[in-house]
Design a protein around this ligand. Sequence first.
Ligand SMILES: Nc1ncnc2c1ncn2[C@@H]1O[C@H](COP(=O)(O)OP(=O)(O)OP(=O)(O)O)[C@@H](O)[C@H]1O
Ligand SMILES: [Mg+2]
Length: 222
Amino acid sequence: MGANFITGTGTDIGKTWLCCALLRHWREQRRHPEALKPVLSGFDPAAPGASDAGALLEALGQAADERALEAIAPWRYAAPLSPDLASAREGRQVPFDALVGYTRRAAERAEGPLLVEGVGGVMVPLDENHTVRDWIAASGLPCVLVAGSYLGSMSHTLSALESLRHGGVPVTAIAVNESEGSSVALGQTLASLTNHVGGIPLLGIRRDDPGPGIARLAGLLA
Ligand SMILES: Nc1ncnc2c1ncn2[C@@H]1O[C@H](COP(=O)(O)OP(=O)(O)OP(=O)(O)O)[C@@H](O)[C@H]1O
Ligand SMILES: [Mg+2]
């Protein structure tokens, strides 16, 4: 069954939102999707439901209790910083090999579509030696690159794509999640990007009508 890593051009681009929309879509189709947010920074144990893991669990119809959090987000850090910095504050590094092993095992075991949400963008440092891209590559998963339609997004998107290519990571699709209040129309962003992505499927997710984009993406992933 399809397992995909969900990465993005940067933080706040809509990775969690998109994962939740896909999970709900599959559940409506009576599929049994799964989702992981293995590394979580900015985590407040007093408000687990407000975290990315909490949002994913809600979309899966599960409570954000300790057991569920431990299962889908085993590496949680309090500081709202990149994982290398957040983990250093607590004196416990992100254990790269264990993280990769955990991701690979989850992908092997998954019976329904599996989404693994990364952290921030493609090149966010996990520790002194590894970035999110290294995690995706070592896990052997294809990825979805989530991008925006804001002015400047094209360079961010193509730069992220170039670094995924350089790391040997296959890209299943690029999801252009329409940016709020953008001066650039979603259709224009898609038309320009399509000339530069070498045939990778490009999907636009409209703010006022996300359903068709979500359905197309869901079809590509599972
Ligand atoms: N298409 C959309 N329609 C409505 N709201 C959206 C959409 N995409 C993103 N958002 C909102 O934008 C905010 C940032 O999105 P989200 O949390 O999914 O980003 P992220 O890429 O997962 O960030 P992080 O790097 O922190 O994990 C959230 O409040 C989310 O609900
Ligand atoms: Mg997120």
